[in-house]
Design a protein around this ligand. Sequence first.
Ligand code: FMN
Length: 177
Amino acid sequence: MRILTLPGSLRARSTNGALLRAAGALAAAEGAAVTTADIGGLPHFNPDLDGEGAAAPAPVAALRNSVAEADAVLVVSPEYAHGVPGVLKNALDWLVSSGEFVDRRVGVITASPSPTGGDYANAQLRETLRMMTGTVIDEACLKVGTVSARLDRDTGEITDPELTTQLKAALKALAAA
Ligand SMILES: Cc1cc2nc3c(=O)[nH]c(=O)nc-3n(C[C@H](O)[C@H](O)[C@H](O)COP(=O)(O)O)c2cc1C
């Protein structure tokens, strides 16, 4: 199984980045091939760059290929101002009309230092991905609250065994769907 992880935070010490890497390692241990999309270099979405006769910018083409080649996509993102981080929404906007998400299995993980676990962003991402006709797997979606207390601050490794169990269950659901 090929899983593409799609990050919502570009921060070097991102807690969501740490979760994304942990989920990737758990999936790889079960035999999945895991790659991570590079969305930091995408241009701002502009339909004029993508219209008839225009070749999509190279980073956009690379993103589209990576989604097309994946069996499933796992989004791991923080919540900003009760919404989806702009860098992630920008990446999704580039994928709306090109169609790679059609019928693609998707899981959505949001993590926050707050107990809510980024519930607004989680709901918004699921709605947007459904609109893009991705197949959102409910059991592969997680809201991770108080995330900073559940990771090692320096290494980013998960210190809460319950969180590891939840991640494993989400990955299993993504694989089984
Ligand atoms: C601009 C900004 C807006 C934020 N808005 C929210 C929010 O609406 N809800 C929330 O739970 N956390 C919010 N936070 C806190 C983030 O969840 C926290 O900074 C988190 O560590 C970011 O994720 P990361 O560690 O993966 O980069 C916000 C942080 C920033 C910088």
